[in-house]
Design a protein around this ligand. Structure first.
Ligand SMILES: [Zn+2]
Length: 387
């Protein structure tokens, strides 16, 4: 069977129809664009070891199909990303791009306390229709839409690659084990190990995203829109880190499961948005990235929090909810945070680029054993997962 047939089979086991044919969505060329981008990204980062497909499903999900070495982004996830990016651009986020006039902000009482998922459902679906999205005619606003949507989309794909990179799939004994990410109903049935896996995948994704988006901006600096994007978002690497973490936080916020902050932290599958932003920036602090000094971490976190809250307020006509970071100081969250950190080495590979390993045609990803250095790092601690 070809890889595509294998992928279709495994997707159908998950009640997903199969691989998406982007030609069936003629009113939105961003589907073809992001299908191409996802393939290029996986190819570039993994040196051709991991593949990419869009899947035909309204679910707001991304998947890692370990056996098929394939990252999947469902149509619903890409639609959600495009909706969020379009809403930000329509509502006047980053007004200097396109020289928009200041807009009046009126709080919409219906938008005060909806869950992120409800909000997502209420946003206008994006199509390339200039009568509905007049900013498609503006080079600056279109460039803004592209950089916001590509930041979210690439983060989602890189997060799945993070699961591959750290070898999470090889710990499962299930033959068709797949990783699910996104809005998949109530977030329960998880544990600290699941949260540590998500944290390590987030940290991996953010580190590469920084480099990738910086190189992308640099490659466009000879175009007029590229120069304007760089002036707005890349005066320094620290500047870029603030922009990217604000956008990634909006993605975390919009895909956070409802009621997660009130539920038992031990049952979470994904940590809440505030945890996820803090951990990606903690990773930055620990390892450094680009020309961002480690001591810039807290400053970036603070600025990113303020910016993303301002963006969410603009986008949703709601009051700000800046108390979220303070709410993370609740003892039960702090205890959970340390538990995740303690579990992290069990789910992290420090062996360098996994993609360089020699493998024969018949090697399945699931056959690759954890590298020795991982075993050494985890020390005597016993893994909770049967290998
Ligand atoms: Zn994940």
């Amino acid at each position: 069977m070809s890889r595509e047939e294998d992928v279709t089979f495994t997707l159908q086991l998950q009640n997903i129809r199969g691989i998406l044919d982007v030609h069936t969505i003629p009113d939105n060329q961003f589907f073809a664009l992001y299908e191409y981008d996802g393939r290029q990204l996986c190819n570039l980062v993994t040196e051709g070891k991991i593949f990419f497909n869009l899947a035909d499903s309204p679910k707001i999900n991304a998947l890692a199909l370990y056996r098929e070495k394939t990252v999947i982004v469902c149509r619903g996830m890409l639609e959600a990303i495009l909706k969020i990016a379009a809403e930000l651009v329509t509502r006047g986020a980053y007004p200097r791009l396109g020289n928009l006039a200041d807009r009046e902000w009126i709080v919409n009482p219906d938008q005060l306390f909806p869950s992120a998922h409800e909000t997502l459902k209420s946003l206008t679906p994006f199509t390339c229709d200039k009568s509905r999205f007049p900013w498609l005619e503006s080079e600056d606003r279109l460039a803004l839409f592209t950089i916001i949507s590509s930041t979210m989309f690439r983060f989602v794909v890189l997060h799945e690659l993070g699961h591959f990179f750290h070898g999470h799939g090889q710990r499962s004994s299930e033959d068709h084990f797949v990783e699910f990410d996104g809005v998949a109903g109530p977030d329960s049935g998880g544990n600290v190990d699941a949260q540590a896996r998500e944290t390590s995948a987030d940290a991996y994704a953010f580190g590469i995203l920084l480099q990738l988006q910086r190189d992308h901006l640099k490659s466009q600096k000879h175009e007029s829109f590229g120069r304007r994007l760089a002036n707005e978002f890349h005066k320094s690497d620290e500047d870029l880190a603030v922009f990217l973490s604000s956008i990634v936080f909006i993605y975390f916020h919009m895909t956070e499961s409802s009621g997660i902050r009130q539920s038992d932290p031990n049952s979470w599958r994904h940590p809440p948005a505030a945890f996820r932003l803090t951990t990606v920036l903690a990773g930055l602090l620990e390892h450094g990235a680009l020309a961002v000094p480690a001591e810039a971490g807290p400053r970036i976190l603070q600025t990113a929090v303020l910016r993303s809250e301002a963006l969410l307020t603009t986008m949703l006509d709601r009051l700000h909810a800046i108390e979220w970071l303070g709410s993370m100081n609740d003892p039960k969250f702090l205890a959970q945070y340390s538990a995740i950190y303690e579990a992290l080495p069990r789910w992290s590979s420090s062996a360098g680029p996994r993609w360089n390993e020699d493998s024969t045609e018949h090697d399945r990803w699931t056959d690759v054993r954890p590298p020795q250095r991982t075993a050494a790092r985890t020390g005597q601690r016993k893994s909770h997962v049967s290998e």
